[in-house]
Write a protein of this length. Structure first.
Length: 214
């Protein structure tokens, strides 16, 4: 079982959107917050061009990413885990399933979330943005996660349309959650196998989740 982290296990999507918006404003680029939110779940290597265009990426991309990181890290201590997050991962591990966390986040942020969730001894392995050249919606992170925990039938648990697209490209089903602020219809349109309101609802359905070999 592969878990996305931001927006799936920890409640960060809106903090990320605000941090990106603030970074853009500080560089005199105005991007509507709703458009930024629709891109959350996509790696930072892709987000700038996606929401502001290639010219802004070429001119300011690295500076914007550094600014976003500084702003977000001033918020990170306020981040909380979603209700039932650790219990869901433990329930998967208790069933004998190998568990990987497939995050495209900054390595230090991923470590913070592992500490917050107390999952160091539960998850078999995890990823960060440093592990691949292309983040979601590319399937690379999922492939790295599978390489680390062993190939076989798998399912991704995610919260964004980008998770659904990455899972499809990796040949995996995605069980999606509403916790990231994406709507049920758009998650299904992006390829979600099913959509759940929250983590406890998904935990109640663990034994009927769709698994597929990549």
């Amino acid at each position: 079982m592969i878990f996305d982290v931001d927006g799936t296990l920890v409640d960060t999507n809106y903090q990320h959107a605000v941090a990106w918006y603030t970074a853009f404003v500080r560089h005199n680029v105005t991007v509507p917050t709703w458009r930024i939110h629709r891109a959350i779940g996509m790696g930072g290597d892709r987000l700038v061009a996606h929401v502001a265009g290639d010219e802004v990426e070429d001119r300011l991309g690295d500076a914007l990413r550094e600014q976003w990181k500084q702003i977000y890290e001033r918020m990170i201590d306020k981040v909380r885990a979603f209700d039932g997050a650790r219990e869901l991962v433990v329930a998967a591990a208790d069933r004998g399933w190998r568990v990987a966390l497939a995050s495209s986040g900054d390595p230090a942020h991923v470590k913070h979330y592992l500490d917050l969730l107390d999952l160091h001894d539960v998850a078999d392995d995890w990823t960060s943005a440093e592990d691949v050249e292309k983040t979601k919606p590319a399937p690379d992170l999922l492939q790295v996660a599978l390489d680390r925990v062993g190939h076989g039938p798998a399912v991704l648990i995610g919260d964004s349309t980008w998770d659904c697209v990455a899972a499809h490209r990796a040949g995996l089903p995605c069980a999606a959650l509403l916790t990231g602020g994406f709507g049920r219809a758009e998650l299904l349109d992006a390829g979600a196998a099913d959509v759940y309101a929250d983590l406890p609802s998904l935990r109640d359905r663990l034994d009927v989740l769709p698994f597929s070999s990549p």
